[in-house]
Design a protein around this ligand. Structure first.
Ligand SMILES: Cc1cc2nc3c(=O)[nH]c(=O)nc-3n(C[C@H](O)[C@H](O)[C@H](O)COP(=O)(O)O)c2cc1C
Length: 143
């Protein structure tokens, strides 16, 4: 069986997405990744994207090379890339992050994230804390 990898990156949006535009992107990502066997999470805070992807190494490589060419974002910065023992996510979920979320101590939109993975929690917490308070508050296709 092909080795399982994960890839985490952060990027900067090149445009201000309207509610329908961001919903369309997030829904498209969910559908494509489900079909490709990629699980993970994509967050958008109105300025930046943070995406965690996990799946067969060659599939990730292929999809990520397409993502890097996408002109809707720039300054793609890989934060982690390598083999993993098992998946942390059961689906490909998406979420809108806003810096004005209530301080309830939980990372936003991460229903499938295993709590024991401290590094991921810290990453998300940092993304959340630095999100602009005015991030778009549209309903994203949570799964
Ligand atoms: C921030 C961001 C994240 C994306 N994530 C994915 C993804 O996880 N999977 C995917 O198939 N496409 C993703 N896309 C869309 C791809 O960049 C690309 O538009 C899509 O795969 C269609 O490619 P194609 O027109 O060459 O078929 C993402 C786009 C952006 C801007």
């Amino acid at each position: 069986m092909e080795p399982l990898h994960h890839l985490i990156y952060q990027s900067k949006a090149t445009m201000v997405f309207s509610g329908p535009q961001v919903s369309q992107l997030l829904n498209c990502v969910q559908q494509r990744n489900q079909a490709a066997g990629i699980t993970g999470m994509l967050w958008y805070d109105g300025r930046r994207f943070l995406q965690i992807m996990e799946g067969p190494a060659s599939t990730l490589e292929h999809v990520f090379s397409r993502i890097c060419l996408d002109c809707r974002h720039t300054r793609v910065q890989v934060l982690a890339n390598g083999p993993i023992g098992h998946r942390q996510f059961t689906t490909c979920a998406t979420a809108i992050v806003s810096g004005s979320h209530p301080e309830d101590g939980s990372a936003p939109g991460s229903p499938h994230l295993a709590e024991q993975d401290e590094a991921l929690w810290l990453l998300l917490e940092d993304f959340r804390l630095t999100a602009p308070p005015t991030a778009l508050l549209v309903a994203a296709g949570h799964s």
